[in-house]
Design a protein around this ligand. Sequence first.
Ligand code: RFL
Ligand code: PHB
Length: 389
Amino acid sequence: MRTQVVIVGGGPSGLLLSQLLYTRGIDSIVLERKTRDYVLGRIRAGVLEQGMMNLMAEAGVDARMRSEGIPHHGTLLAHNDTLFRIDFTKHTGTPVMVYGQTEVTRDLYDARAVWGGLTEFEVDGVEIHDFDRDAPFVTYHVRGGARRIDCDFVAGCDGFHGVSRASIPKTVRREYEKIYPFGWFGVLSETPPVAEELIYANSDRGFALCSMRNPQLSRYYIQCSISDKPEAWSDDTFWSELKRRIPCQHADQLVTGPSIEKSIAPLRSFVTEPMRWGRLFLCGDAAHIVPPTGAKGLNTAASDVHYLFEGLTRHYIDKDDKGLARYSEKALARVWKAERFSWWFSSIMHRFPDQSDFDLKMQRAELDVLRTSDAAQKALAENYVGLPY
Ligand code: RFL
Ligand code: PHB
């Protein structure tokens, strides 16, 4: 088989890239390790930046997002019972969109089915060959048979545990990492959200986040120990802990119900450099991870896709390789700013095991500056709605 771009990974980065390439007549094949249902069953991101919304529109997959997504013009921040609001639209002119990653992925798979885009599901043993030369190819196994696809480029969109990043020689790869000493325990429940906007809460008992997917579906998180197991938390224990971490006016109004999904996510900041080696380009979680505070993961994957799409379009349509040559540099410049924001927002919102009284006072002062300073609120808003591409 032959195609122009092999895309390893059928998560949001890989699907969005493939869809955008299709709009310009550039061929691609997506290789996905899991089944479509498995990919669609993963509950992850919930907040889209304007840049991601624009890409969905450019890819022609924004209709449902426009009708079912919920624009959010601000967010609430709480420090114990002190609550204040950051107004995104006032400070930046731009809201964010609450629309789940599951829905984004479903829209992309549905659009793909219409034009007959090839996705190989349940592939195994993907290997990327000769990407430091002119004629790369990818081999894998599917349905018991060995396959080979020859191509011009490979997009490594296979997430943090994929094979693409590891294919870049260790001698040229530099990795930067910070692991946080806690996780987020997330619960999805068919209950109305506790507030119209998200609440990020720093409480003496640890962080909590009240988010949502739609008016009947809520997503809540609480900071937990990395060694916790979701099964060990009963629904009742979760709800009572959440109530103790959010301002009392919201705790009193919280509608509880059975959880329909429970999971624990570790928190990590991670970047690999460079994001390109020869004809292999890394996108999204394959190249970087942020802690979820600030909702930057999927959105940073989207900006990578934008830069790669731009580079590939210039290569195939304008016969100009400057975009591809600068891919890593351009993507990383934006990635590091999202890393900074997610790290900073995480550091002011969580309880850390070794936090001294001085550190606690600093957190309190940070939150007080945010509560009282228009300039500080503008800086948070600019980063939250997404820095320009
Ligand atoms: P994904 O989604 O991990 O998809 C990679 C795909 O590659 C497949 N794969 C392979 N396929 C073939 N061969 C191999 N060897 C393969 N190895 C892996 C995998 O099966 C998978 O289908 O990466 P991608 O596409 O780069 O997308 C990244 C996002 O999923 C991620 O950044 C976000 O979910 C992060 N994130 C959030 N981001 C936001 O922008 N806003 C949010 O509100 C937000 N909330 C979150 C989040 C992540 C969370 N968790 C669970 C880590 C909340 C949580 C709790
Ligand atoms: C979510 O709704 O899953 C979500 C929202 C905001 C975040 C992280 C996760 O910062």
